[in-house]
Design a protein around this ligand. Structure first.
Ligand code: PEP
Length: 234
């Protein structure tokens, strides 16, 4: 059974998020979809959504506190209000745009692990490492495992090459297969692929050995498109 996740990033409002979730939930019930689907709306749109048991709402980010003085951040108090127990950690935009370093990412991982959260933990190499070859790519990813418990049973790993995220250029099928095979030797956690997954490549990507699902940004933001992607994976 595949896992499909949608990362809204900085898109959608409270109103359109609620419509989106309702649409996906109804589709899953009507079409008997039993795959696990995760949706990560922006934090302003989090709420107590009533969804079927296979549809989960997660947080794109949260600081490693319950509450306190961390201007611009949210803590678990704000997630507890809505019963949210799923979080994305290590996304490349948080690493490379927002400047989160591995030490902080590991601290965040361990905080949410201690609270029993489902963690989608993202790793992936920038273009420079990709161009330098496989051992450079694997070495880079290995560093992103620093301080991370790959045996945590709430872990879902996501391989997301930085150069493929939001660019429309997905990683080649053989390269995805190679990296996922290596990652599967390190963990028994499900491993998602992310990076320009869309309706016209999902079928091929989802059938690669050791690909347990997909984490999708851009191509998932229109509900009808995301419905098609879920259908293709079913
Ligand atoms: C992502 O943000 O995790 C992602 C994979 O984005 P996109 O699908 O747009 O490449």
């Amino acid at each position: 059974m595949k896992i499909i996740a949608s990362n809204f990033k900085t898109n959608h409002t409270r109103a359109t998020t609620a419509q989106f979730i309702h649409r996906i939930d109804k589709f899953m019930i009507d079409d008997n979809i039993t795959q696990t689907v995760y949706l990560f709306p922006p934090s302003t749109a989090l709420d107590s959504f009533e969804t079927n048991q296979n549809l989960h709402i997660g947080a794109q980010n949260c600081h490693w506190v319950k509450s306190g003085s961390y201007t611009g951040e949210i803590g678990t108090q704000q997630l507890d209000e809505f019963g949210i127990k799923t979080i994305l950690i290590g996304h490349s935009e948080r690493r490379h745009t927002m400047g989160e370093n591995q030490k902080d990412i590991a601290k965040k991982f361990n905080y949410f692990k201690a609270l029993g959260y489902r963690i989608i933990y993202c790793v992936g190499e920038p273009l420079e490492q990709k161009q330098a070859g496989l051992s450079s790519t694997l070495g880079y990813i290995q560093e992103q495992f620093g301080g991370i418990d790959l045996t945590y049973d709430g872990l879902i790993l996501a391989y997301e090459p930085v150069w493929a995220i939001g660019t429309g250029i997905s990683c080649g099928i053989d390269d995805i297969a190679t990296i996922h095979k290596k990652l599967a030797k390190k963990t028994t956690a499900p491993i998602l692929y992310g990076g320009s997954v869309k309706q016209d490549n999902i079928k091929e990507i989802i059938n690669i050995p050791n690909v347990d699902g997909a984490l999708i940004g851009t191509a998932s933001w229109v509900a009808d498109d995301f419905v098609n992607i879920i259908k293709f994976c079913n």
